[in-house]
Design a protein around this ligand. Structure first.
Ligand SMILES: [Zn+2]
Length: 173
């Protein structure tokens, strides 16, 4: 996957002025931060990040130093990684509980806050994510994405469309 397909990296380039050369290096080291891979296959940089992902100062400091970014830019890189990591962490926790599927929930202010309204109510494999454009995405991973998902509990017969309809009924009243 090309980093240019990801709104996260485009955002860092266009809004925070991180150069393409810097992005290429970060992406190469973090291998797109594909945290879906087993932890044993993480690069040393990914390991550092995964271990200390909540410590924004430590990660941003490391990123600023290694890639020659300003503190502000480095903090944004951390925010992108952290959004991904939080999603992946939730997925890992739920996989351990036997959850395999989720129902996409598009929430947040506005008619279509992050452009994912078309995915709302759809069921997906949480190990793979949902096809969106040319890639697979998980709720909350992209810059500005406010989506979440409801885990589908095996043996619990939940109809997403019915729930969805009820939710809309109540939110209108
Ligand atoms: Zn979204």
């Amino acid at each position: 996957m090309d980093w240019r397909d990801s709104p996260n990296w485009l955002n860092l380039r266009d809004r925070y002025g991180i150069s393409e050369a810097q992005i290429e290096r970060i992406v190469a080291d973090f291998l797109q931060l594909d945290l879906r891979r087993p932890v044993e296959r993480f690069s040393p940089t990914e390991h550092l990040f995964w271990e200390h992902r909540r410590n924004s100062g430590l990660i941003a400091g490391h990123v600023a130093e290694v890639y020659g970014l300003s503190k502000k830019q480095a903090k944004q890189v951390w925010a992108v990684f952290n959004a991904r990591a939080a999603t992946q962490e939730a997925v890992r926790r739920q996989l351990a509980l036997g959850v395999r599927q989720g129902i996409w929930r598009c929430i947040g202010a506005g008619a279509d806050p992050c452009g994912h309204l078309g995915l709302d109510g759809k069921t997906f494999d949480i190990r793979k994510g949902m096809p969106f454009g040319d890639r697979m995405i998980l709720p909350g991973e992209d810059a500005g994405c406010t989506c979440m998902y409801s885990p589908v509990i095996a043996g619990f017969d939940e109809s997403p469309t019915l729930l969805q309809r009820l939710k809309r009924m109540f939110s209108r009243s």
